[in-house]
Design a protein around this ligand. Sequence first.
Ligand code: NCD
Length: 357
Amino acid sequence: MVDSSSDPRPSEQFRHLYTPPKINGSFTGKHIITVEQFDHRDLQTIFDVSARLRDRVTAHDRDLVNLCAGKLMASLFFEASTRTDMSFQAAMRRLGGSVVTASNGVQFSSVYKGENLADTVRAAGCYADVIVMRHSAIGSSYQAAYYIDRLNERIVTHGAVISGGDGIGEHPSQALLDLFTLVDLKKGADNLTITLVGDLLYGRTVHSLAKLVALYGVTNTKLCFVSPASLRMPDTIIDFLTKHNITHYETTDLYEVLGESDVIYWTRVQEERFARRADYEAVRDNFIMTPEVLNQAKRDVILMHPLPRKNEMGTPADHDILDANPRAVYFQQMENGMFVRMALLAKVLGVSDADLL
Ligand code: NCD
């Protein structure tokens, strides 16, 4: 299941080769590789633009297609994706831009012939203004940014890389949409208990989200991490939270924190990341969200999930009951993904705030 490309070691070289720049108020042309590039003001910009774009989509605003007309996005998914890939493509098209992909997916590009990541990314960089990329190797988005910066010195198209997830590393655009949804529905991020449950070791969404809560800046908010002992949140994330003075608590017992949680972020055990199947099977069923479990949470809790879901949300019959519960917000979260990605694409492609807000 874990292949050599998810060995973290090669990526470490590239993390040193490429340092993602802080956004610091200016998104245009920047690679989006890690949530650590954002501060509160940048997040507020993305959230304001996302909310405005949501209103404009709701109002069927025909001028939206002028925002990125003539711009081209390459979609380069070396790993499976439904929502991230489709929502980025939908976002680009709603803004009037176009999308190129390798026909029938990257597995039928020259990757099939054995071409490496660098040359595949360079090809996209020669054609597109923005490259959305997902790859199973942690640090692969750092590598892509590094290659593209070297390439941009020699060609006229200056592509920016947006990470759609780098193995067990990060998933920055997912964290943006998760925090946007949370802030939107909870009217801010202060005075909350936010509980992340499931595979906190291999789940990249929770790595990015935990850090992004810290970077957004919160008062009187606590992060709770519930996982099997073998799937704890990595120490690098815990250290990051400590450094940012974010109160956090780790447990293997959901019921210790379920009743006090205002936000529950449920996650899938990342089957594809385990080296040994037995290790996956040992933890697969530790935390299963069912209607009965949700009923023990606060009345105004919101239940989030990045999806896809498997048995960590019970049976299809459980899904139906959960889906009908107003506390389950994962479909709003999913739709918000498109608005947030519209905002991110527009900002990276240099659309002015006057046109966006
Ligand atoms: C997640 C991912 O790919 O990291 N999905 C997503 O992008 N919405 C979560 C997962 O695969 O479990």
